[in-house]
Design a binder for this molecule. Structure first.
Ligand code: TXA
Ligand code: MG
Length: 348
């Protein structure tokens, strides 16, 4: 395929989105920015179109997709009914980084839901994404626009790096604003359950609808286990290099990383460091990337996937991650993604 790239500028913004919407309506694949990460879209109700997403990403067929809509009303086309608590969450957090799982209507094909009787739905906040959905007039299935197993893309360059030639088009809308995927909540159980942490925290959800369960953990589950979200079985966000995460108080983490570097250098391993702003000075002679201030986990959220890709491109053997930033708010989701990517976790 010859992947067509639309650069969004003020003058031709509308023409580009109209053209991209046409490609989607005709059953093609278009990558586009959302506020969380770039998504790879196709008509959610067109089996053939959705299959192209799986093919382009190399995604296992039982891992279901999120369907993107432009309003609460258009969500009604996809689900049997909107539970009261889901309705409250939509009013409060849509458009935004929150995905809700509800019972599907038969119109949603098996390929989109991985054969499940439920469907995941989200209304994104990014204006390009919203306009693309509106213009196409269809619900758009869109997983993150990376090759399966790679970190999710936060820039158009990342998308091209993974999918150039494998998809019909890409809308380049610049860097995303959040950098981590949406919070996923299963609304089909008596007590709603978080299947994937994201910017919208358990506390924020509970403030809106009362008790919410945590149904994810930070491990990658083996094929044999039964899990609520098929995505939990697959290695995520995993770069080519091995990843060592060092968690704890800042000074302890810094001294432990120093020890690790000595050890690993003796074994001739090529090392890259994913650091906090505070630890950056301690390691100026090494290849490193700063994720941001340790008290500002939203900076780490925005820079984590970028940093993993930056280091991974430099052919290093081992990435050491400074895990001394605050684990509250979106920090919980940052730790979830790094722990899933990590081959080894050291607590100091
Ligand atoms: O922020 C996001 O959510 C991005 C942007 C593009 O919207 N999308 C995204 O999609 O991260 P994806 O496919 O990479 O992750 C979707 C997750 C997977 O872990 C999948 O297993 C889970 O949602 N999921 C989807 N439908 C589900 C369902 N019916 N039941 C349980 N889990 C579901
Ligand atoms: Mg993904």
């Amino acid at each position: 395929k010859n992947t067509k790239v639309f650069y969004i500028s003020e003058e031709d913004r509308e023409a580009s989105i109209v053209e991209a919407a046409r490609i989607l309506k005709e059953g093609g694949t278009v990558a586009f920015p959302t506020e969380t990460v770039y998504g790879l879209g196709a008509d959610a109700l067109n089996e053939k179109a959705v299959l192209q997403i799986f093919e382009a990403k190399g995604r296992p067929a039982d891992n279901p997709l999120i369907v993107h809509v432009d309003s609460k009303e258009s969500c009604l086309k996809l689900v049997r009914s909107i539970p009261d608590k889901a309705s409250l969450l939509m009013d409060k957090f849509w458009p935004g980084p929150l995905t809700l799982i509800m019972e599907r209507k038969p119109i949603v094909p098996d390929v989109t839901t991985g054969g499940l009787d439920t469907v995941a739905v989200r209304m994104p906040e990014n204006l390009i994404a919203l306009e693309l959905i509106k213009r196409s007039g269809i619900p758009i299935a869109a997983p993150s626009a990376n090759l399966s197993g790679k970190p999710s893309p936060t820039t158009a360059e990342h998308v091209l790096c993974d999918l150039s030639g494998r998809i019909d088009a890409l809308i380049d809308g610049g860097e995303v604003s959040i950098g981590l995927e949406s919070t996923v909540v299963d609304m089909t159980s008596e007590i709603p359950a978080i299947l994937r942490p994201g910017k919208i925290s358990k506390e924020e959800l509970e403030e809106c609808i009362g008790e919410v369960k945590v149904a994810y953990d930070d491990k990658v589950h083996p094929e044999s286990e039964t899990v609520r979200s098929p995505g939990m079985k697959y290695t995520h966000y995993s770069p080519e290099s091995s990843v060592i995460l060092v968690e704890g108080e800042h000074e302890h983490v810094v001294s432990r990383i120093k020890e690790l570097i000595v050890d690993l250098s003796l074994r001739n391993a090529k090392i890259g460091l994913l650091l906090t702003e505070e630890s950056h000075n301690n390691f100026s002679e090494y290849l490193s990337y700063s994720m941001g201030k340790k008290d500002k986990p939203e900076q780490a959220a925005k820079n984590l996937f970028f940093g993993l890709r930056y280091l991974d491109e430099r052919n290093i053997d081992i990435i050491i991650v400074d895990g001394s930033f605050r684990p509250d708010g979106i920090g919980m989701a940052v730790f979830n993604r790094i722990r899933k990517a990590a081959d080894m976790i050291i607590k100091v």
